[in-house]
Design a protein around this ligand. Structure first.
Ligand SMILES: C[S@@+](CC[C@H](N)C(=O)[O-])C[C@H]1O[C@@H](n2cnc3c(N)ncnc32)[C@H](O)[C@@H]1O
Length: 194
């Protein structure tokens, strides 16, 4: 009996290792041969604190709010919020076909969630109340230069781990991910307290 359990555990670890390896190869190929950077999800305390920051607003609003994740990956930020707040509306944009399919599959039962394959630089951001942008520094330059100007004056933009170049955050929250001390940066054009 003990042998079967040990073999099953080893088999499962082997499958996990293979899946991680396949994902790493996929990410390297994407970033080497296409314009796509690898997609890694917000994780642990960084993710929990990012969600908590959005929840402060979502939990208090009786009006239906619009939330977007610019570069939604597998939907790690949107799915828990869309499940918990059915009265608010959620959109995720990503240019990686695999991520879009995966996030769409995970959120297939949620009527308040839409996952769209689209470059974030072409998204009409002015209609959103809360925006997430967990992006590499190159993609954040687009957000900083073009997207931030277009967001609505009352919207807040939450950027886990990476600061928007040349824009001052209204709030910086200490967090941790993959054992690294990181910050979550919160931006708004008009608000100065949250
Ligand atoms: C670090 S991952 C974050 C995933 C998700 N937001 C999360 O926190 O779990 C960044 C994602 O942004 C996407 N991305 C980067 N630049 C993009 C662009 N210009 N247009 C659309 N998606 C983009 C990548 O494909 C990747 O899935």
């Amino acid at each position: 009996m003990a042998d079967i359990i040990t073999l099953t555990i080893l088999f499962l670890i082997g499958i996990m290792a293979l899946l991680i390896e396949a994902y790493l190869i996929y990410s390297v190929l994407l970033s080497r041969f296409c314009k796509y950077p690898p997609a890694f999800p917000a994780f642990g305390n960084l993710r929990a604190k990012t969600l908590a920051e959005a929840e402060k607003i979502l939990s208090q609003s009786s009006k239906s709010l619009k939330v977007v994740d610019l570069g939604c990956g597998a939907g790690g930020l949107l799915l828990p919020l869309a499940k918990k707040y059915p009265n608010h509306q959620f959109w995720g944009y990503d240019w990686d076909k695999v991520m879009v399919k995966w996030a769409g599959f995970r959120g297939r039962k949620l009527k308040n969630l839409k996952i769209i394959k689209q470059d974030i630089s072409t998204v009409d951001v002015k209609e959103f109340d809360i925006l997430f942008s967990f992006l590499d520094t190159k993609a954040l330059e687009i957000v900083s230069k073009d997207i931030f100007e277009k967001i609505s004056p009352n919207a807040i933009l939450i950027s886990p781990a990476f600061a928007l170049p040349k824009i001052k955050a209204i709030k910086e929250i200490e967090a941790k991910s993959y054992c690294l001390p990181l910050k979550i940066y919160v931006y708004s054009k008009s608000r100065n307290n949250l």
